[in-house]
Design a protein around this ligand. Structure first.
Ligand code: ACO
Length: 435
């Protein structure tokens, strides 16, 4: 392979006189990409890229990441500015529409989303079909997927208004479904949403209030939750977003696509990491066990990883982790938690890891999930709900990416290729003749 100045790349097949000049495509920022869509037709070979680490599957205007520099932009705006100066629904508007809303647009969007927070009353009965001890992510996969059975009026993905109302419904109903999954698990009555509250505030209300008494959401905790939502809202073509796009590329309805995204997010290598961080801290138990744990992490044969560390894209400090760390201190201060054992252990782990050659050489830094679990735990949210909260926030990114894909005229069904390593052609052998 060799790059050329005029924006193409020449590929030559060794041992033959065949070669191909493939065009280089540029975005507004970031590395160029070789457009290899004609490669198979011209040279009869595919590209091989396990985990798609070097493959762009789409063009997108929503999120930009520079993993080496630790940069994350949504529609051009740095994540720290959004987390500090904006709010989650404003960020949702930005992702869906490309620009920040003015005051009137923001108010209208807020009203539009909050108008859809209630669930169809029949959807309530879905919850009782689950075991009480079901993991809330299992409930989320099932109930979100079931939404498509309730909104036949808006499933035409070619209709712009249908796409818009589906986006509103998903962003609005996910907190209600999440809070109800929790209430069902602990055996408390479902709390209906309150549209006079802010988005994160309403979520905390549905999680924590009971019908028997008045409940006032702590504004500092509501702000922290809103910030956690912003930090998790989108992260370009990660596993769950790619899952949503792949499902959506077939023309599947948005509710089914988001349910697929939730399933993909569930894994410990992705959305399940903050739950795994807390489990890890609990297992370590106390600070004096940290050095032995670090040795275990560095031993390849142990299969143990430092959860909340490392990222497929960031080879520098995850910019979200810094804001999360700051939010963590704010929340613990507000709740009057001094000398939290988990936080102290996390800080010590981070300190050791950032100075250890193993982590330095592999460019492993804390990711967004290293501190989020500690904040959520301090707020009284059980670990099994951590990934659920992530799903609530990421729904904004998923639906924005889905909408962008559907509106992209060049979009076609996603269909990766493979290198077949199974048996070559052979004839069927009847059971009586098999050895
Ligand atoms: N602890 C110890 N070693 C690690 C870690 C870790 N957390 N992460 C990566 N490594 C090592 C690997 O063993 C590997 O070493 P080698 O080169 O000697 O074989 C090297 O670093 C590269 O690791 P890969 O798994 O190839 O890196 P990849 O980019 O595929 O993985 C991932 C990224 C899955 C996030 C990984 O870093 C990890 O498992 N981290 C812990 C889980 C986690 O925190 N996930 C949350 C991600 S953020 C999110 O989803 C919101």
């Amino acid at each position: 392979m060799s790059g050329t100045a005029n924006g193409s790349l020449t590929l030559t097949l060794d041992g033959s006189n065949k070669s191909l000049s493939v065009p280089l495509r540029s975005g507004t920022i970031g590395p160029q990409a070789a457009d290899i869509s004609k490669l198979y037709g011209s040279l009869g070979i595919f590209t091989y890229d396990i985990g798609y680490g070097a493959t762009a599957a789409c063009e997108s205007k929503i999120t930009y990441i520079d993993g080496d520099e630790g940069v994350l932009l949504h529609r051009g705006y740095p994540i720290d500015q959004l987390a500090e100066q904006s709010n989650f629904l404003e960020v949702a508007y930005l992702m869906l529409n490309g620009e920040l809303p003015n005051k009137a647009e923001a108010d209208e969007f807020h009203k539009g989303v909050m108008h859809h927070t209630m669930l169809h009353e029949q959807l309530r009965s879905f919850f009782s079909g689950f075991r009480r001890d079901a993991h809330p992510m299992a409930v989320m996969c099932g109930v979100v997927g079931a939404l498509s059975a309730f909104y036949h009026d808006s499933l035409d993905i070619t209709n712009e208004q249908h796409r818009e109302i589906s986006a509103f419904r998903l962003i609005a109903k996910l907190p209600t479904i999440a809070a109800w999954a929790y209430k069902y698990n602990i055996g408390q009555p479902f709390m209906y949403p309150r549209n006079d509250l802010g988005y994160a505030e309403n979520f905390l209300y549905m999680m924590n209030a009971v019908p028997a008494e008045e409940y006032k959401v702590n504004p500092i905790l509501a702000r922290a939750m809103d910030r956690i939502f912003i930090l998790h809202a989108d992260h370009e073509q990660n596993a769950s977003t790619s899952t949503v796009r792949l499902a959506g590329s077939t023309g599947a309805n948005p509710f089914a696509c988001i349910a697929a995204g939730i399933a993909s997010l569930w894994g410990p290598a992705h959305g399940g990491a903050n739950e795994a961080v807390l489990k890890m801290l609990e297992e370590i138990g106390s600070p004096e066990n940290i050095p032995a744990f670090i040795e275990k992490v560095k031993d390849k044969n142990s299969g143990v990883r430092l959860m909340g560390f490392g990222h497929r894209v960031y080879k520098n400090y995850d910019p979200r982790a810094k804001i999360m760390q700051q939010t963590c201190h704010e929340v613990l201060k507000e709740l009057g938690i001094k000398g939290d054992k988990m936080l102290d252990m996390a800080a010590e782990l981070e300190r050791i890891a950032l100075h250890d050659e193993y982590f330095i050489s592999k460019k492993l830094y804390p990711n967004v999930d290293f501190y989020s679990g500690i904040i959520l735990k301090a707020m009284g949210i059980p670990t099994s709900m951590f990934t659920v909260l992530f799903a609530v926030a990421r729904t904004v990114g998923w639906i924005s990416q889905w909408k962008e894909m559907i509106e992209d005229k060049t979009q076609r069904i996603g269909r990766p290729r493979q290198i077949y390593t199974g048996s070559p052609l052979r004839d069927f052998v009847p059971a009586s003749k098999r050895g």
